[in-house]
Design a protein around this ligand. Structure first.
Ligand code: PMP
Length: 296
């Protein structure tokens, strides 16, 4: 699904066939989740294939590594160039790009001696489908304590939490999990940030218990351009069920409308919501098109 016999990936300075690439079974990352990664997308735009927010993603990768003490020796520009090479070598336009920084064989808990970088890409369709709205549930799985993990870092081990939340949501018949922080406030979804609309204002949880999403920031930029008011504010799930509408945002999810929370359907039809306007503007942005025609 992710590669064929012809797929080429980048691994430690070389372009190699994915099927020939090897990683050591005694790596620290595999055993302890001590590694960092990114999730990036490229689009076929009117100006050719473009990686959306490439600099922001690779800067976050560097920051994630720094925060947990993994020495990443590549520069942002180098990694962007490698990503474009990978797209070209695999003839990809609309793709998902996955850089992974992983550590050398080391069964102790001490600092890594060597660090590897791999960058792979594969074709990627929309996560939730164009017209499909997401059925959310409040998860019993909380976000990790920001005093025990670097919450703003995209670190491999943090994602056990997201896998558990997603599994629980699907078992209960929902599409996605809405996770709360330790104090019961809404934090984010397993792999996306959350916004809700109330009386023509958008609300989203502040930084602190969430991954600082690049799409979340893009949404805020779109709102500034379109004169849509956004407030960063803590709110409980009970408050969210009285919202007019809601949406998730993330590199993979893009802007995905939410139909319901714990079975309670949001009152505003998606097509009339602020999220729908932002979804349209976001689509233009990733495709390098002007969204000046998107009128609020
Ligand atoms: N929260 C979590 C936990 C995520 O994994 C992601 C995806 N990276 C996001 C939010 C959204 O972040 P971004 O918009 O940068 O993809």
């Amino acid at each position: 699904m992710y590669y064929t016999d012809d797929t080429v990936i980048f691994l430690d300075g070389q372009y190699v066939k994915a099927r020939d690439a090897k990683a050591d079974l005694f790596g620290q990352t595999l055993h302890y989740g001590y590694g960092a990664f990114e999730g990036i997308r490229s689009y076929r735009t009117v100006n050719g294939t473009k990686i959306f927010k490439a600099t922001e993603h690779f800067e976050r990768l560097k920051k994630s590594c720094e925060l947990v003490g993994i020495p990443l020796r590549y520069q942002v520009n180098e990694m962007i160039q490698i990503s474009y090479d990978i797209l070209e070598k695999n003839k990809l336009s609309n793709a998902y790009i996955r850089p992974l920084v992983f550590c050398s064989p080391n069964m102790t808990l001490s600092a890594p001696k060597e660090v590897s970088v791999m960058i792979a890409a594969w074709e990627w369709a929309r996560y939730f489908g164009i017209d499909q709205l997401v059925k959310l549930c409040v998860s019993s799985v909380q976000r990790p304590n920001p005093k025990s993990v670097k919450i703003e870092a995209k670190v491999c081990g943090h994602y056990v939490n997201s896998v558990m939340a997603t599994m629980e949501a699907k078992e209960r018949g929902f599409d996605e999990a809405l996770m709360l922080d330790m104090d019961g406030f809404v934090a984010e979804c397993s792999g996306a940030n959350i916004f809700m609309e109330k009386d023509n204002v958008l609300y989203t949880p502040p930084l602190g218990n969430i991954l600082p999403g690049i799409t979340r920031k893009t949404v805020m930029e779109i709102c500034r351009e379109l004169d849509i008011q956004v407030k960063e504010k803590l709110f409980k799930p009970e408050e969210m069920t009285t919202a007019d509408s809601a949406f998730l945002c993330g590199t993979a999810a893009e802007i995905a409308g939410v139909e319901s929370l714990d079975g309670q359907v949001f009152k505003k039809p998606w097509r009339n919501s602020l999220g729908c306007i932002i979804q349209e503007a976001y689509k233009c942005l990733v495709l390098d098109k002007s969204y000046s025609y998107v009128i609020v």
